[in-house]
Design a protein around this ligand. Structure first.
Ligand SMILES: Cc1cc2nc3c(=O)[nH]c(=O)nc-3n(C[C@H](O)[C@H](O)[C@H](O)COP(=O)(O)OP(=O)(O)OC[C@H]3O[C@@H](n4cnc5c(N)ncnc54)[C@H](O)[C@@H]3O)c2cc1C
Length: 292
C-alpha cells in the first residue's frame, strides 16, 4: 500500500505556498479524512499540511457570507451564521468523528460525485478565493463551477452572496447512517407570483461529478408551486424530473435505482424549500407547507 513519505507543516500560509512551489509533487493536506484514509488509492508521496494555517472563520461581509476553507464540517453544521441548507449539507457526512476533521476546502477539492457540500454551494452561487495559481503570491477569485472543471491552487475561502428571499432545499440518500452519501440534491429558487423562477438545481451521485442540471432547471422554470398541497407538488416534480435524470458511470447502486431515487430526492428538496425550515424571512413557518 502507498504511504506518505514526506510531511511538512508550514508556520503560515506564505510558507505553505513556497514549500509547494519547491516540491511540485506535493499535495495539500487539510483534515486528511480522504487523503489519509486507509482505502484511498492515490496516496501522495509528499504532503504540505495546510490544516493549521487555513482560515476557520465564518462571517458576513458586504452582503456575502465568507467561509474559511479550514472550517470543519462540524463547525459549519453548528454555525448560526450559516444558512440551514449548508448546516444540513455539512451533516451529510454522517460520522461526527469525520466531521470534526473534514474541512470545507477539502470537501470541495475532493470533488466527489456525491460530495456533501458541492451541490449546496453550486445552487448558492459560491465563489472561491484561491492562492498559488500563478505563483506562490498570487490570489484570484473564481466561480465554484470553474474551479471544479479545472482544479488548481489552494482554496482559501468560499463566498456566498446573501439572498434571503430565495427558497433553499437539500436532501441526501445513503445506504446506512454512517456511510458516504450515494445521492445528493440541492435546489434554490425564487417564487414570483405563484411560480418557480430562476431555479438552480445541483445533484451528486447522478453524474461522475456533482454539477448543476441545466435541463432540469429549464424544465422547472415557471412551475406553479403555490396553492398546491406539498405531496401533490412532490409527485409532480418527481414525474417531471424522472425522464431528465440520466445517470452515468458506475455507482455503488444501479443506474436505474439512482434515477428513480434521485427524482424522489429532488422532489423532497423542492418540497423542503417550500415548506421546511429555511432561513428565508418570508418563509411560512406554520409547518403546514406551501408558500404564503
Ligand atoms: C467514513 C467517511 C465517510 C465519508 N462520507 C462522505 C460523504 O458523505 N460526502 C463527502 O463528500 N465526503 C465524504 N467523505 C470524504 C471526506 O471525509 C470529505 O470529502 C472531506 O470533506 C475531505 O476534507 P478533508 O479536509 O479531510 O480533506 P483531505 O483529506 O485533507 O484532502 C482531500 C483533497 O482535497 C485537497 N485539499 C484539501 N484542502 C484543500 C484546499 N484548501 N485547497 C485545495 N485543495 C485542498 C487535498 O489535496 C486532497 O486532494 C467521507 C470520509 C469518510 C472517512
Amino acid at each position: 500500500m502507498k504511504t506518505v513519505q514526506r510531511y511538512v507543516r508550514p508556520r503560515d500560509l506564505g510558507q505553505a505556498l513556497h514549500l509547494a512551489k519547491e516540491d511540485p509533487g506535493a499535495v495539500w493536506l487539510a483534515g486528511g479524512t480522504l487523503l489519509l484514509a486507509g482505502d484511498y488509492a492515490d496516496k501522495p508521496a509528499s504532503v504540505v499540511d495546510v490544516g493549521p494555517v487555513l482560515g476557520r472563520g465564518i462571517e458576513r461581509r458586504d452582503g456575502s457570507l465568507e467561509i474559511g476553507a479550514g472550517l470543519t464540517l462540524q463547525s459549519l453544521a453548528e454555525s448560526e451564521a450559516a444558512p440551514e441548507i449548508l448546516r444540513k449539507a455539512a451533516l451529510g457526512i454522517g460520522s461526527r468523528n469525520v466531521r470534526n476533521r473534514a474541512t470545507v476546502g477539502g470537501n470541495i477539492a475532493a470533488n466527489r460525485s456525491s460530495s456533501a457540500l458541492i451541490p449546496a454551494f453550486l445552487v448558492l452561487d459560491a465563489r472561491l478565493e484561491i492562492a498559488g495559481v500563478r505563483g506562490p503570491d498570487s490570489r484570484s477569485e473564481t466561480e465554484l463551477a470553474s474551479y471544479l472543471a479545472a482544479p488548481s491552487g489552494l482554496i482559501l475561502s468560499v463566498g456566498i452572496p446573501e439572498r434571503p428571499s430565495r427558497r433553499l432545499g437539500y436532501g441526501r440518500w445513503a445506504r446506512t447512517a454512517n456511510d458516504a452519501a450515494v445521492l445528493v440534491a440541492a435546489v434554490s429558487f425564487a417564487v414570483e407570483g405563484s411560480a418557480m423562477k430562476d431555479a438552480k438545481i445541483a445533484m451528486g451521485g447522478i453524474t461522475a461529478k456533482a454539477r448543476r442540471l441545466f435541463d432540469l432547471e429549464k424544465r422547472f422554470e415557471g412551475l406553479q408551486v403555490q396553492g398546491l398541497p406539498l405531496d401533490e407538488l412532490r409527485d409532480q416534480v418527481e414525474r417531471m424530473a424522472l425522464p431528465l435524470l440520466v445517470p452515468d458511470g458506475q455507482g455503488v447502486v444501479s443506474a436505474s435505482f439512482r434515477k428513480v431515487r434521485g427524482a424522489a430526492l429532488l422532489a423532497q428538496a423542492v418540497a423542503e424549500a417550500l415548506g421546511g425550515p429555511v432561513d428565508a424571512p418570508d418563509r411560512d413557518r406554520s409547518g403546514k407547507g406551501g408558500v404564503r
